[in-house]
Each structure stands twice: as C-alpha cells, then as structure tokens.
Design a protein around this ligand. Structure first.
Ligand code: SF4
Length: 311
C-alpha cells in the first residue's frame, strides 16, 4: 500500500496536475493520469493492472525521489481543510492622509475590535519619520505591520527602528535614488528596501507569473472556502473611503459610519468568491495558491490552464 504524506495534496487542472507540498512550501507538476492513480488507488500492483507498467514505475520512482509517498499498511489522519479566523477583519491597508482627515486612532481602534492584527500603512505623500513613529504607537494590538513610504533619507534610523520593532514585517521606500536592500532581514522578514520605482496604491498589480504564488497551510485551506486576496481585507483610502481594494468601488466613509456597519453588507461578497466558483480558475492547478486580485472577472487571467501558458 502506498500513501501520500498528509501534507502533500494532489490538485487536478485541465491539462496537468500539481502536488502541493505544503510542509516544504513547494510544488511539482504531474500528469493528470498520475493524479488519477493517486486519487483512485492505494496499491501499485492494482495500478499496474490498468496502466503501462514502465510508466507506473517511472511515476513512482519520481514520487519516492520527491518524498511524496511512503509505503505502509494503515492510514495517516487526514488534515482538516476547514478554515476559521477568530475575528471579522484579518488584515487592513490604510492609505494614510497627508493631513489627518480621519481620526487615525479611532479607525485603528475599530479595526482592532474587529479582530484585525495585520496592517499595512501606505503613505502616498512625503512623510516625516517622526510621523510614522507616532502612528506606530497606536498599533500596539497589531502583530504584523508593513510600511510603504516615499524615499526618506534616514536609512540608519529606519534600519534601527525596524530592528527594534520586531512586528515590522518590511519597510519599502519607493521613488528612491537606487534599488537595494538596506539591512540583513531576520529570517526573511523585517527587511528595509528601497526601489527606484514609483508606487501608486490605486493601481492594481496583476498576477504575472508563478512567482506570485504562495504555498502555506493557511492559504491552502482558506482558498478552499474564500478568495484569498480579499477575504478579511479592508482598505481605507486617504479620504476615509472603505473599499475591498483601492481600485474598486467604495462602500462608505469612515468619517460618517462605523466600520463594522460599512462592511456588514455587500462588502463581503468578494470575500466568498473562491477560485472554485470562477470559470477557468476552477480548472486551474494553481487555484489553491493563487492570490489573484481581479475584481472584474471579465478581465482574463494571464495564465491559461487549458494551454498551460502565460501571456
Ligand atoms: S487567476 Fe485563476 S486561472 Fe489565473 S492562475 Fe489564478 S487560479 Fe489560475
């Protein structure tokens, strides 16, 4: 009897399949007939009664080499693919206004009450380091903070601040004289980096290639039930308008209505739009690792699961 390790999930696409190796955060392409073997059989002897023996031997040599399978009598307990989040809002993106048009502290308080613990602060205008530091002082209940500012000629101070404040996942300085990493990241996070590129939060960054994909247990389980880009996300622009994304419609203004009320209606529709509900995506092998952020589904994805090509 062969058994796929519980953290290795075969996912079928229109023309090819994938094995998601959740524990390693990687994946391997497999042909769809191997997918069928993995789903429908648990014995190589039985498979060989229906398929070419040499092909079966090659497939299983590959599965062994990649450590996807083991041979045993008995079962691994299956991993529970349900997804729960202990709050209403999981992550927020705030375009911080140049002059405080909405009560920053009040908004942070509302997000916190809704369970939000991950936040991204985008400063669309030139900002002083002292202002960012003051804003950080309101974020005591948050566990992960991302910061995007125009270039600030304060490299030493920013690097020291990020080293000190472990909750800062990264600090991106755009419109800089040069593109470079300014510090030694701590286990891949807490990086400070500059880019010569400009940054406009209102412009959607479309999925371009496989480097956009992300494999983790959280994302894999969430993708079975929700849209992983939009689920739990709240964006608040410089005027206090609440949106699913800065390139989408607004649902109300934080200056006039409580956040909980604004997001209680249609706002959440996109949260529920999982890839299995979208034509094309439901036959895509990448659908449980894909952070596609389209709001208008008439716009096609750059990946075509029927030709297996990127535009
Ligand atoms: S948007 Fe859909 S078709 Fe495109 S890569 Fe993601 S799951 Fe596949």
């Amino acid at each position: 009897m062969f058994k796929l390790h519980a953290c290795c999930f075969p996912v079928k696409g229109a023309e090819r399949s994938l094995i998601y190796d959740i524990q390693r955060g990687s994946y391997e392409f497999i042909p769809n007939d191997l997918y069928e073997m993995l789903i429908n059989y648990n014995s190589v002897v039985e498979i060989k009664k229906s398929y070419d023996n040499q092909v079966v031997d090659e497939y299983f040599a590959f599965l062994e080499e990649k450590e996807f399978i083991t041979y045993l009598d008995g079962d691994f307990p299956e991993i529970d693919l349900s997804f729960r989040f202990p709050g209403v809002v999981s992550n927020a993106v705030i375009a911080v206004p140049e002059k405080r048009m909405f009560g920053f502290e009040r908004v942070i308080g509302q997000l916190s009450e809704l369970g939000c613990r991950d936040i991204q602060l985008i400063y669309p205008f030139d900002v002083k380091l002292e202002t960012v530091m003051e804003d950080l002082s309101y974020l005591q209940s948050f566990k992960s903070i991302e910061i995007i500012t125009p270039f600030l000629d304060k490299e030493h101070e920013i690097v020291s601040l990020v080293k000190e404040e472990k909750r800062i996942a990264y600090w991106l300085l755009h419109s800089a004289p040069e593109s470079r990493l300014m510090n030694e990241p701590y286990y891949g996070i807490q990086s400070v980096f500059s880019t010569i590129e400009t940054f406009d939060h209102r412009v959607r960054c479309a999925l371009r290639d496989e480097s956009f994909f992300n494999i983790s247990m959280t994302l894999f389980t969430e993708a079975h039930h929700y849209n992983v880009f939009y689920n739990g996300k709240v964006c608040i622009d410089e005027r206090g308008e609440v949106q699913n994304a800065f390139w989408g419609p607004t649902f109300g203004n934080i200056n006039e209505t409580a956040l909980e009320e604004i997001i209680s209606g249609n706002f959440k529709d996109i949260w529920l739009l999982k890839k299995d509900d979208i034509e094309g995506c439901r036959e895509c092998e990448f659908r449980y690792m894909c952070p596609d952020n389209r709001l208008d589904l008439k716009e096609s994805c750059k990946y075509n699961p029927y030709t297996m090509e990127w535009k």
